[in-house]
Design a protein around this ligand. Structure first.
Ligand code: PEP
Ligand code: MG
Length: 594
């Protein structure tokens, strides 16, 4: 035993990698807020105290922003969003009003404003938006600390290399940390879409979040193992754990460094078929990194983040700059820009938060864009203008019928005419494709094929809509299965339609990043996959280890199997034969799609 009782916890893996180190427990206990009644004469004094505390918070945040290391400069907008919260009338004006009208101290008034905002947020089911309440709370805690004079535990002063254990970390904490001394994070709160998780990935620091009570179970200085691939955290690991994780870490690092050396080589099967491997990206800064991982283009540029993180809607110019830079960075390889897929499980503000009972079946993606033509036009114009700077293509999400496709194409045509008239450069032959992610689109793929340049199969939604399983509902997650025979038959149908129409067909859902799915997808006839960039070197290596001839025989067998379980175990058995390293890959990268 290394010391203390061994405790094993499971959280949400948000940033991959394994670390074994000492815990640095961050004191982020909430500031205790007293209630004080004040008289009329004290109102100006309390008002002034509050204003000063907010001003101080602004200074602290702008100092943090100036100190951001280069690798995090792209994420400075997170601190800007904190600044915006400080100015928000629901927080700022409401607190001043409470001080004046309720005659209470600034701390209590601020707490009251926060509770009101929190209750509004709690009515929102979307996890992206509801997690933003953590940002508001972080800002509130900062103001409270300034009001009460409580110390802010500064992560930039950590002396010894350690794993940060915290109730929750704000992006301001993460941004201000001493990156050389931090090995990774574990937190009680947070989730995959939290800004801190985004920053952990940008810093390539392993992180597990959503552990609920890790801060109560770990002591400062205890040894902790963090597995950012599986979400496992072990406090006070025993000797066996240490040996096991050291071995895993070294195997993983060996495999990673050996596959990284070959990342730039093409993914060619043993019998000479070349598979094109592209990356899925969500932010511009990722675009700069995918080439190192061996990506041969961006097969899915999800464009929502710019909208979700923007105060308002991004302008055509802002979008154009972003897309142009992506196009230039990847040129001559393609950048397939998916038009705005807002709604469903991603909302922005009042405009997109509707009171739909079934948002996944509601005003989402292309439906939202066709209903809001000004927003759609700005984005399309930006994409078309960016097409003059590289190999930019347009991909339309959630097409369920021909009319949506024709309507969108008509808008594209009109914008092209306008650009031409104004002499603004764009690529007149820009490719326009669709994501096949609604079952109706699968069934009419032959009709849609006549009007597009390519298909990309979006299995994340195709599984959700085919199996009638809400992809963000934990209760039915066990039914969400990429190996369901219906999904395999649908993928096959789309590939066959593509072949008959000489149309390129890619797959950009999570299935493409899953080592167990990839051989099946290639056996079914796919020659283009788009995935999370960090898995690319592994998937390329995997592809080099099998022949299409063999996979075709496997597909004949798979098509006869009747349940997802049978198909999964068949593939597992075959993978162990074809790819002995599967043990490592399987442990670290096998996830169910979604
Ligand atoms: C999909 O649905 O498979 C897809 C790639 O898009 P998203 O996950 O963004 O919905
Ligand atoms: Mg989708």
């Amino acid at each position: 035993m290394v010391g203390g009782k061994r405790i094993e916890l499971k959280g949400i893996p948000v940033s991959s990698g394994i670390i074994i180190g000492k815990a640095h427990l961050v004191d982020r206990s909430k500031v205790k807020v007293p209630l004080r009644r004040i008289d009329d004469n004290s109102v100006p004094y309390e008002t002034e105290r509050f204003k000063k505390a907010v001003e101080k918070a602004k200074e602290q945040l702008s100092e943090l922003k100036n100190r951001l290391p280069d690798r995090l400069k792209e994420h400075g907008f997170i601190l800007d969003s904190y600044m915006m919260i400080l100015n928000d009338s629901m927080l700022y004006d409401a607190t001043l009003k409470k001080i004046k009208e309720e005659k209470i101290n600034a701390e209590w008034a601020l707490k009251g404003s926060f509770e009101e905002i929190k209750s509004l947020f709690s009515q929102i089911e979307d996890s992206y938006i509801s997690e933003r309440i953590n940002d508001v709370e972080n800002v509130v805690q900062r103001i409270l600390r300034n009001l009460t004079g409580n110390r802010h535990d500064d992560l930039s002063n950590i002396k010894q290399k350690s794993i940060i254990v915290a109730r929750d970390l704000s992006p301001a904490d993460t941004a201000g940390l001493n990156a050389k001394k931090i090995m990774g994070f574990v937190t009680d709160g947070g989730g995959i879409t939290s800004h801190t998780a985004i920053l952990a990935r940008a810093l390539e620091l392993p992180a597990v979040m959503g552990l609920c009570s890790v801060t109560k179970q770990v002591e400062d200085g205890s040894v902790v193992v963090v597995d950012g691939d599986t979400g496992k955290v072990i406090i006070n690991p025993d000797d066996e754990d240490i040996i096991y994780y050291r071995e895993k870490k070294s195997q993983r690092e060996q495999l990673r460094s050996s596959v990284l050396k070959e990342a730039h080589l093409p993914a060619v099967t043993l019998d000479g078929y070349r598979i094109s491997i592209m990356a899925n990206t969500e932010f511009l800064n990722e675009v700069y990194m995918v080439k190192e991982q061996g990506a041969e283009g961006i097969g899915l540029y999800r464009t929502e983040f710019l909208y979700l993180s923007h105060n308002g809607f991004p302008t055509e110019e802002e979008l154009f700059e972003d897309y142009k830079r992506a196009a230039q960075a990847m040129s001559p390889d393609p950048v397939i820009i998916r038009t705005l897929d807002i709604g469903g499980d991603k909302f922005k503000d009042k405009l997109t938060i509707s009171n739909e009972t079934n948002p996944a079946l509601g005003l989402r993606a292309i439906r939202f864009c066709l209903k809001n033509p000004a927003i759609f036009r700005d984005q399309l114009k930006a994409i078309l203008r960016a097409s003059a700077y590289g190999n930019v293509q347009i991909m339309l999400p959630m097409i369920s019928g021909l009319n949506e496709l024709l309507d969108a194409k008509a808008i594209i045509k009109k914008i092209k005419d306008e650009l031409k008239e104004k002499g603004i450069p764009y690529n007149p032959d820009i490719k326009v494709g669709i994501i096949i992610e609604v079952p109706s689109a699968v069934m009419i793929a032959d009709i849609l094929a006549r009007h597009v340049d390519f298909f990309s199969i979006g299995t994340n939604d195709l599984i959700q809509y085919t199996l009638a399983i809400d992809r963000i509902n934990k209760e039915v997650a066990y039914l969400y299965d990429p190996f369901h025979p219906s999904i395999i038959k649908m993928i096959k149908h789309v590939i066959d339609v593509g072949k008959r129409n000489s149309l390129s067909v890619a797959l950009c859902g999570e299935m493409a990043s899953d080592p167990l799915c990839v051989p099946m997808l290639i056996g079914l006839g796919l020659r283009q996959l788009s995935m999370n960039s960090r898995i690319i070197p592994f998937i390329k290596k995997l592809i080099r280890s099998f022949s299409i001839q063999d996979l075709k025989k496997d597909i004949e067998k798979i098509m006869e199997l009747t349940t997802p379980e049978e198909i999964r175990s068949y593939l597992l058995r075959r993978m162990e034969e074809m790819f002995p390293e599967m043990g490592i890959l399987g442990e670290y990268f096998y996830t169910r799609a979604g």
